[in-house]
Design a protein around this ligand. Structure first.
Ligand code: HEC
Length: 307
């Protein structure tokens, strides 16, 4: 008995000792060496906030797709009647981006003209001046009756949207000019970023791995980067709602990274005519077919699917 008692005592001392934490020499590598050091509370809170900001960005893009338990409105938004220049209807009229723009500047930005024009103002200036609480209230009952989203999304969504507007917006005019051309940017660096983060298993080497349109009117990474750089920037930073696309906000990319990536992505094929038989032969189209289920409309929810 005495012997067992001593052995247990030695084991107990050993397991709490620095020797065991270090891996115990002959015992081999400890789990502490295999996995990164655990986050401090501060780092954890920071990451948590970045996740919430990018979720807010996805809700701004398409709140129905960024959630799994909301109902899709069928009728037009109550404020829609106050404009007559944008002919969309139904759920589209409920997307924050449809009224306030991918560049957050509404009528003063890219949606100042074209089929998306509504004449509604942006949120960029308001987000600078208003507090997070005030930004939350805009989407709640009371402030502007017609702007009440509480019937559709929960308080957590409204809070994440406010956090995104307060901390997640960037001045896109530093990256793209009014014509939609990137201001500077190094396509060569961009190609590295693309290859390391976007190509493998998803968009393919030349960005045609996923078709966001259909076979008649395909839309690839290159199409969006070329035609709507503001949408490109928003989706790269926040991720595509309802898919596993990562977020540059969460991954702490700089605005320069995004500019470089944009300047490269513009050079990628924009439609099928630019792919040619060689591209298909190389397997890019095969890749696209393999990932058909990544196309919009297939998924809802934020981040990795729990299904
Ligand atoms: C149907 C169009 C429409 C949609 C959709 C919409 N808004 Fe608005 N939003 C407006 C209008 C119009 C105003 C009022 C602007 C004013 O005061 O003149 C406004 C005001 C705001 C303001 C305050 C701006 C200010 O300067 O006071 C914020 C913030 C805002 N919206 C955020 C959002 C968010 C977030 C969403 C998505 C959940 C959203 N909006 C969806 C049309 C829309």
């Amino acid at each position: 008995m005495k012997k067992i008692g001593i052995t247990l005592l030695i084991l107990a001392i050993y397991s709490t000792s620095a020797w065991s934490q270090m891996g115990g020499g002959m015992m081999g590598r400890s789990t502490q060496q295999l996995y990164p050091q655990s986050y401090s509370q501060e780092e954890h809170d920071k990451l948590d906030e970045l996740i919430r900001i990018s979720r807010g960005g996805q809700l701004y893009d398409n709140w129905w797709k960024a959630t799994i338990d909301t109902d899709k409105p069928q009728k037009d938004h109550p404020l829609w009647k106050e404009q007559s220049t944008n002919n969309r209807n139904g759920y589209d009229t409920y997307r924050c981006k449809e009224c306030h723009g991918w560049d957050y500047r509404g009528k003063n930005g890219a949606y100042g003209k074209g089929s998306h024009h509504t004449g509604f103002k942006g949120v960029y200036e308001a987000a600078k001046k208003m507090s997070i609480k005030e930004l939350e209230n805009v989407n709640k009952r009371g402030a502007q009756k017609k702007h009440d989203f509480t019937e559709y999304i929960g308080n957590k969504e409204i809070a994440d949207l406010a956090l995104f507007m307060k901390k997640g917006l960037i001045d896109t005019s530093k990256i793209v000019n009014n014509e939609g051309l990137p201001i500077g940017g190094n396509p060569r660096t961009g190609s590295y970023i693309f290859r390391n983060n976007c190509a493998h298993m998803c968009h393919g080497t030349v960005g045609i791995g996923i078709n966001f349109g259909d076979s008649e009117k395909p839309e690839f990474v290159g199409t969006v980067a070329y035609k709507n750089p503001w949408e490109f920037i928003h989706k790269v930073r926040n991720g595509q709602p309802g898919t596993r696309m990562p977020s540059a906000i969460i991954n702490d990319w700089s605005e320069k990274d995004i500019l470089d990536l944009l300047s490269f992505a513009r050079t990628l094929p924009k439609d099928t005519s630019e792919i040619g038989w060689w591209g298909r032969f190389r397997g890019d189209m095969g890749h696209y077919m393999m990932h058909g289920d990544y196309r919009p409309g297939s998924g809802r929810g934020f981040g990795p699917s729990l299904e």
